[in-house]
Design a protein around this ligand. Structure first.
Ligand code: IP8
Length: 244
């Protein structure tokens, strides 16, 4: 049973300090993953204070591209640095985490539709590794290169690998309504649109609204939950908000 889990960039980095890992938060998430014993796990992490400030500095988003190799290498390089930190934390705890860089595995067509080759991800999973992907910058036909968010990767992986469970760990304990209460289930974007503002931080990929939209496109149900619930999710529970 394949499980796809995304660790939000805001969870594993100090979002207000550029290029800085949140060591204790990453350690907690890695502890929960190591303790879970889930066999077929595929991980994704977001950009946080690594990818987003570099992408914003060059004006690169999911739709605005760059043709500057320097920009592409800087954004991708920042994400590789964070990916190394995530893989290190997992390997230190006995999880066979290996990097998988979307920059070399994905492309957008002229309409912006993402294609992500999942064969190599499946092969890593089948060989007992935990592939760790990340938000990145990918070639975009007609636009140079644009950002791909971790949420888009979650959708591509979940469908491409026929995942049975999808989890998205955010800094909040689910999708919240206007009184700060967790919305237990979302089946329709229009029902919750009024609650979903943009992200407060430098987030070039759209915050919770984009996340909910992307997850509504999945075949498998997805759970959005906070950092304290990673272990519960991996144990088979559905904490936070279920999106289907
Ligand atoms: O934090 C964005 O990934 P996200 C990655 O999952 C970059 O939206 C490079 C900004």
């Amino acid at each position: 049973m394949t499980v796809v889990l995304k660790l939000g960039g805001s969870v594993v980095t100090e979002k207000d300090t550029p290029d800085t890992v949140d060591g204790p938060a990453l350690a907690d998430a890695a502890d929960a993953i190591a303790a879970s014993g889930v066999d077929d796990l595929v991980l994704v992490h977001g950009g946080g204070s690594f990818g987003h400030p570099h992408a914003a500095a060059y004006g690169v988003s999911r739709t605005d591209g760059t043709r500057e190799a320097t920009a592409i290498r800087e954004i991708h390089g920042a994400m590789r640095t964070l990916n190394d930190a995530v893989c290190d934390a997992l390997c230190e705890r006995g999880v066979s985490a290996v990097p998988h860089h979307p920059h070399s595995a994905g492309v957008r067509d002229a309409d912006g539709t993402l294609s992500l080759s999942v064969d190599a991800v499946a092969a890593k999973r089948d060989e007992g590794f935990v592939p760790v992907l990340h938000g990145d910058v990918v070639t975009h036909v007609g636009a140079g290169a644009t950002v791909v968010s971790g949420d888009e990767l979650v959708v591509a992986l979940a469908d491409g690998l026929d995942a049975e469970r999808v989890g998205v760990c955010s800094t909040v304990s689910g999708v919240l309504d206007d009184e700060g209460a967790v919305i237990p289930a979302i089946e329709n974007y229009a029902d919750v649109e009024r609650y979903l503002g943009g992200s407060d931080d430098t987030d070039v990929t759209g915050g919770m609204a984009a996340k909910v939209r992307a997850l509504l496109g999945l075949r498998a149900p997805a759970s959005v939950f906070g950092p304290d619930a990673v272990g519960d999710f991996l144990d088979g529970e559905t904490p936070g908000t279920v999106i289907r």
